[in-house]
Design a protein around this ligand. Structure first.
Ligand SMILES: Cc1cc2nc3c(=O)[nH]c(=O)nc-3n(C[C@H](O)[C@H](O)[C@H](O)COP(=O)(O)OP(=O)(O)OC[C@H]3O[C@@H](n4cnc5c(N)ncnc54)[C@H](O)[C@@H]3O)c2cc1C
Length: 164
Protein backbone atom coordinates (compact mmCIF):
# COMPACT_ATOMS: atom_id res chain seq x y z
CA UNK A 1 0.00 0.00 0.00
CA UNK A 2 2.83 2.36 0.94
CA UNK A 3 4.89 1.69 -2.19
CA UNK A 4 1.89 2.13 -4.46
CA UNK A 5 1.52 5.71 -3.26
CA UNK A 6 4.97 6.60 -4.56
CA UNK A 7 5.10 4.77 -7.86
CA UNK A 8 3.44 5.09 -11.24
CA UNK A 9 2.64 1.40 -11.18
CA UNK A 10 2.99 -1.32 -8.60
CA UNK A 11 2.77 -5.07 -9.02
CA UNK A 12 2.31 -7.56 -6.23
CA UNK A 13 3.58 -11.01 -7.17
CA UNK A 14 2.48 -14.02 -5.16
CA UNK A 15 3.48 -17.63 -5.72
CA UNK A 16 0.03 -19.00 -4.85
CA UNK A 17 -3.32 -18.39 -6.43
CA UNK A 18 -5.02 -16.36 -3.75
CA UNK A 19 -4.07 -13.54 -1.39
CA UNK A 20 -6.59 -14.63 1.21
CA UNK A 21 -4.50 -17.62 2.32
CA UNK A 22 -1.97 -15.39 4.05
CA UNK A 23 -3.40 -11.86 4.13
CA UNK A 24 -6.09 -10.20 6.23
CA UNK A 25 -9.35 -9.45 4.44
CA UNK A 26 -9.19 -5.72 5.20
CA UNK A 27 -5.84 -5.44 3.39
CA UNK A 28 -7.13 -7.35 0.38
CA UNK A 29 -10.14 -5.00 0.29
CA UNK A 30 -7.84 -1.96 0.39
CA UNK A 31 -5.68 -3.34 -2.42
CA UNK A 32 -8.75 -4.00 -4.55
CA UNK A 33 -10.39 -0.65 -3.79
CA UNK A 34 -7.28 1.42 -4.37
CA UNK A 35 -6.83 -0.09 -7.81
CA UNK A 36 -3.21 1.03 -8.10
CA UNK A 37 -1.79 -2.40 -7.36
CA UNK A 38 -1.82 -5.17 -9.94
CA UNK A 39 -1.89 -8.54 -8.16
CA UNK A 40 -0.16 -11.26 -10.17
CA UNK A 41 -0.94 -14.76 -8.87
CA UNK A 42 1.14 -17.91 -9.52
CA UNK A 43 4.15 -15.68 -10.16
CA UNK A 44 7.71 -15.90 -8.93
CA UNK A 45 10.74 -13.77 -9.73
CA UNK A 46 13.50 -16.09 -10.91
CA UNK A 47 16.00 -13.50 -12.17
CA UNK A 48 16.69 -9.79 -11.88
CA UNK A 49 18.48 -7.98 -14.70
CA UNK A 50 19.92 -4.50 -14.96
CA UNK A 51 23.08 -2.49 -15.07
CA UNK A 52 23.86 -1.57 -11.48
CA UNK A 53 20.16 -1.33 -10.65
CA UNK A 54 17.15 -3.48 -11.49
CA UNK A 55 15.57 -2.91 -14.88
CA UNK A 56 13.68 -6.09 -15.61
CA UNK A 57 12.51 -9.05 -13.61
CA UNK A 58 12.14 -12.47 -15.16
CA UNK A 59 8.87 -13.83 -13.85
CA UNK A 60 7.95 -17.51 -13.93
CA UNK A 61 4.46 -18.96 -13.79
CA UNK A 62 4.61 -21.31 -10.79
CA UNK A 63 2.19 -23.75 -12.49
CA UNK A 64 3.68 -23.99 -15.95
CA UNK A 65 7.23 -22.70 -15.48
CA UNK A 66 6.70 -20.31 -18.40
CA UNK A 67 8.92 -17.22 -18.04
CA UNK A 68 8.47 -13.65 -19.18
CA UNK A 69 10.34 -10.40 -18.49
CA UNK A 70 8.61 -7.50 -16.78
CA UNK A 71 9.92 -3.95 -16.33
CA UNK A 72 10.95 -3.48 -12.69
CA UNK A 73 12.91 -0.40 -11.61
CA UNK A 74 12.56 -1.32 -7.95
CA UNK A 75 11.87 -4.57 -6.14
CA UNK A 76 10.78 -5.17 -2.57
CA UNK A 77 11.26 -8.82 -1.71
CA UNK A 78 9.13 -10.08 1.12
CA UNK A 79 10.29 -13.63 1.68
CA UNK A 80 12.21 -15.36 4.42
CA UNK A 81 9.57 -16.27 6.96
CA UNK A 82 10.05 -20.06 6.96
CA UNK A 83 12.00 -21.52 9.89
CA UNK A 84 15.12 -23.56 9.09
CA UNK A 85 14.66 -26.08 11.86
CA UNK A 86 14.94 -29.41 10.05
CA UNK A 87 18.17 -30.16 11.89
CA UNK A 88 16.35 -29.80 15.22
CA UNK A 89 13.55 -32.19 14.42
CA UNK A 90 13.15 -34.80 17.13
CA UNK A 91 15.38 -32.81 19.52
CA UNK A 92 12.98 -30.11 20.69
CA UNK A 93 9.20 -29.85 20.43
CA UNK A 94 7.85 -27.83 17.50
CA UNK A 95 4.48 -26.66 16.24
CA UNK A 96 2.92 -27.88 13.00
CA UNK A 97 4.87 -25.25 11.01
CA UNK A 98 8.24 -26.29 12.51
CA UNK A 99 8.56 -23.25 14.80
CA UNK A 100 10.11 -24.21 18.14
CA UNK A 101 7.73 -24.40 21.10
CA UNK A 102 8.87 -22.57 24.21
CA UNK A 103 7.67 -21.90 27.75
CA UNK A 104 4.01 -22.62 28.38
CA UNK A 105 3.49 -23.61 24.76
CA UNK A 106 5.45 -26.83 25.29
CA UNK A 107 2.84 -29.56 25.69
CA UNK A 108 2.78 -31.89 28.69
CA UNK A 109 3.52 -34.80 26.34
CA UNK A 110 6.95 -33.27 25.68
CA UNK A 111 7.75 -32.72 29.36
CA UNK A 112 7.88 -36.29 30.57
CA UNK A 113 11.54 -36.00 31.64
CA UNK A 114 11.09 -32.70 33.45
CA UNK A 115 9.76 -33.97 36.79
CA UNK A 116 8.25 -31.08 38.76
CA UNK A 117 10.03 -28.41 36.73
CA UNK A 118 8.60 -26.61 33.74
CA UNK A 119 10.35 -24.63 30.95
CA UNK A 120 10.98 -20.96 31.61
CA UNK A 121 9.69 -18.40 29.17
CA UNK A 122 11.68 -18.95 25.88
CA UNK A 123 13.01 -22.30 27.10
CA UNK A 124 12.40 -25.24 24.78
CA UNK A 125 11.33 -28.77 25.70
CA UNK A 126 15.03 -29.52 26.25
CA UNK A 127 16.13 -28.07 29.63
CA UNK A 128 18.65 -25.26 29.26
CA UNK A 129 18.06 -24.77 25.53
CA UNK A 130 16.34 -21.50 24.67
CA UNK A 131 14.83 -20.31 21.38
CA UNK A 132 14.44 -16.59 20.68
CA UNK A 133 13.30 -14.41 17.83
CA UNK A 134 11.43 -15.56 14.76
CA UNK A 135 12.24 -19.22 15.24
CA UNK A 136 10.04 -19.71 18.28
CA UNK A 137 6.39 -20.42 17.90
CA UNK A 138 4.17 -17.38 18.43
CA UNK A 139 7.00 -14.85 18.11
CA UNK A 140 6.22 -11.23 17.24
CA UNK A 141 8.46 -11.33 14.13
CA UNK A 142 10.10 -7.96 14.66
CA UNK A 143 13.78 -7.03 15.01
CA UNK A 144 13.30 -5.30 18.34
CA UNK A 145 11.51 -8.23 19.92
CA UNK A 146 14.11 -10.71 18.62
CA UNK A 147 16.91 -8.64 20.15
CA UNK A 148 14.97 -8.18 23.37
CA UNK A 149 14.27 -11.88 23.67
CA UNK A 150 17.96 -12.58 23.13
CA UNK A 151 18.86 -10.48 26.14
CA UNK A 152 16.10 -12.11 28.19
CA UNK A 153 17.40 -15.57 27.29
CA UNK A 154 20.83 -14.75 28.73
CA UNK A 155 19.26 -13.95 32.07
CA UNK A 156 17.00 -17.02 31.92
CA UNK A 157 19.94 -19.28 31.07
CA UNK A 158 21.68 -18.13 34.25
CA UNK A 159 18.46 -18.72 36.15
CA UNK A 160 18.31 -22.27 34.79
CA UNK A 161 21.92 -22.92 35.77
CA UNK A 162 21.28 -21.64 39.28
CA UNK A 163 18.17 -23.80 39.60
CA UNK A 164 20.26 -26.85 38.71
C1 LIG B 1 10.98 -9.36 4.10
C2 LIG B 1 10.99 -9.08 5.57
C3 LIG B 1 10.80 -7.79 6.00
C4 LIG B 1 10.82 -7.49 7.37
N1 LIG B 1 10.65 -6.20 7.79
C5 LIG B 1 10.75 -5.91 9.09
C6 LIG B 1 10.66 -4.56 9.55
O1 LIG B 1 10.46 -3.63 8.75
N2 LIG B 1 10.78 -4.33 10.87
C7 LIG B 1 11.00 -5.33 11.79
O2 LIG B 1 11.15 -5.06 12.97
N3 LIG B 1 11.10 -6.62 11.37
C8 LIG B 1 10.97 -6.93 10.07
N4 LIG B 1 11.06 -8.24 9.65
C9 LIG B 1 11.23 -9.28 10.67
C10 LIG B 1 12.68 -9.34 11.15
O3 LIG B 1 13.55 -9.43 10.04
C11 LIG B 1 12.81 -10.56 12.03
O4 LIG B 1 11.85 -10.50 13.08
C12 LIG B 1 14.19 -10.63 12.67
O5 LIG B 1 15.19 -10.63 11.68
C13 LIG B 1 14.27 -11.88 13.53
O6 LIG B 1 15.59 -12.02 14.01
P1 LIG B 1 16.13 -13.45 14.36
O7 LIG B 1 17.50 -13.23 14.88
O8 LIG B 1 15.14 -14.15 15.20
O9 LIG B 1 16.16 -14.27 12.99
P2 LIG B 1 16.97 -13.98 11.65
O10 LIG B 1 17.21 -12.52 11.45
O11 LIG B 1 16.26 -14.76 10.60
O12 LIG B 1 18.38 -14.63 11.96
C14 LIG B 1 18.57 -16.01 12.04
C15 LIG B 1 19.96 -16.29 11.54
O13 LIG B 1 20.28 -17.65 11.80
C16 LIG B 1 20.94 -18.17 10.68
N5 LIG B 1 20.78 -19.61 10.71
C17 LIG B 1 19.71 -20.37 10.36
N6 LIG B 1 19.97 -21.66 10.55
C18 LIG B 1 21.22 -21.74 11.03
C19 LIG B 1 22.04 -22.82 11.45
N7 LIG B 1 21.65 -24.08 11.39
N8 LIG B 1 23.27 -22.54 11.89
C20 LIG B 1 23.71 -21.27 11.99
N9 LIG B 1 22.97 -20.19 11.62
C21 LIG B 1 21.74 -20.44 11.16
C22 LIG B 1 20.28 -17.50 9.51
O14 LIG B 1 21.11 -17.54 8.37
C23 LIG B 1 20.10 -16.09 10.04
O15 LIG B 1 21.22 -15.28 9.80
C24 LIG B 1 11.03 -8.54 8.30
C25 LIG B 1 11.21 -9.85 7.86
C26 LIG B 1 11.18 -10.12 6.50
C27 LIG B 1 11.41 -11.54 6.05
Amino acid sequence: MFLSEHTASCRLLIRGGDLSKSMSRYLIDEIEQRGRIEVMTYSEIVELNGNGAPETALVADTRTGERRPLPAKAVFIFIGASPHTDWLRGQVAMDEHCFVLTGRDVGEEDLSEWGEERPYFLETSMPGIFAVGDVHSGSVKRCASAVGEGSMAVRLAYQRLEAR
